[in-house]
Design a binder for this molecule. Structure first.
Ligand code: 2AM
Ligand code: CA
Ligand code: CA
Ligand code: CA
Length: 254
């Protein structure tokens, strides 16, 4: 295995241990834009830890991350590490589980490596361009290209509640809608073949790692117009099996 993969895995496991060792009652919770948009001291600690590790290992790399002023990068020129220190912060605070640490490496806009660590399940989903997708040490096989009618569809609670983009019609066509509150877990569900797709409003750190792995397994993804994701700002993220992707786009109302 490439040394960098081994290195990144060790960082993620160590960060996960830090989270598990922290006392939930001792968390400091801050509101960002509204009462449901939270960040905790652990989000910040994990991000700082990963930023330091990357800077020491690869000083030339650039970093895009959700918290603390690292979210400004507007292009993917060169080697870029993209970090979501805790994905599913609301789950982390309210449930103490169902959250992930996500990290991706891109080179000139091309996804090379992706890591999604489900900390409490101790399951690390990882892989990269041309090397496949793994769950811990087990190599996963590519899910079946199911239609929208044949599978479960992950989506964001806000989009569902407000029926944005005609999303409820799309959900109704599927076998059922699932709302996990964690983009990383939605990516994992697709990679395992449990869900056929995912619709949400996302930022680059929410989808960077997932996109590397989804590409390996032949999933399609785009913004709401069917165009490439910008990797800058928040936009509708549509990912699905090739069959379901076409169907979802035919029902999406912009
Ligand atoms: P986060 O916990 O890292 O913020 C919840 O629907 C999922 O969408 C989570 O993965 C969450 O990531 C992500 N998300 C992105 N932007 C969000 C926002 N403004 N509010 C809530 N969740 C957001
Ligand atoms: Ca957040
Ligand atoms: Ca996130
Ligand atoms: Ca986050």
């Amino acid at each position: 295995m490439e040394p960098i993969i081994h290195e990144i895995k060790s960082w993620l496991l160590e960060a996960g241990e830090q989270i598990k060792a922290s006392e939930r009652q001792q968390l400091t919770i801050f509101e960002k834009t509204n009462r449901k948009d939270l960040v905790t001291n652990m989000d910040r600690t994990v991000q700082q830890f990963l930023v330091q590790k990357i800077a020491a290992f690869d000083p030339d790399a650039r970093i895009l991350a959700e918290e603390d002023g690292y979210n400004e990068l507007t292009d993917l020129t060169g080697r870029v590490f993209i970090i979501d220190p805790i994905d599913g912060t609301l789950n982390f605070v309210m449930e103490g589980e169902n959250f992930c640490i996500m990290l991706a490496m891109y080179e000139n806009g091309v996804g090379q490596l992706g890591f999604i660590y489900d900390v409490m399940q101790e399951e690390l989903y990882w892989g990269g361009r041309g090397i496949g997708v793994y769950q811990n040490d087990l190599q996963l096989s590519q899910p079946v290209n199911k239609t929208l009618e044949a599978g479960l569809l992950g989506m964001n609670g806000y989009l569902f509640a407000h029926n944005k983009f005609n999303i409820r019609t799309i959900g109704e066509k599927s076998m059922g809608v699932r709302i996990t509150g964690c983009a990383g877990l939605e990516m994992i569900a697709m990679l395992k073949g449990n869900h056929i797709g995912y619709l949400s409003n996302l930022s680059p750190w929410d989808y960077a790692a997932g996109c590397v792995l989804l590409t390996e397994f032949g999933f399609f993804y785009s913004n709401m117009n069917g165009e490439q994701l910008a990797f800058h700002g928040r936009e509708l993220f549509v990912a699905a099996t090739p069959k379901a992707f076409q169907q979802i786009h035919s029902f999406l109302e912009i």
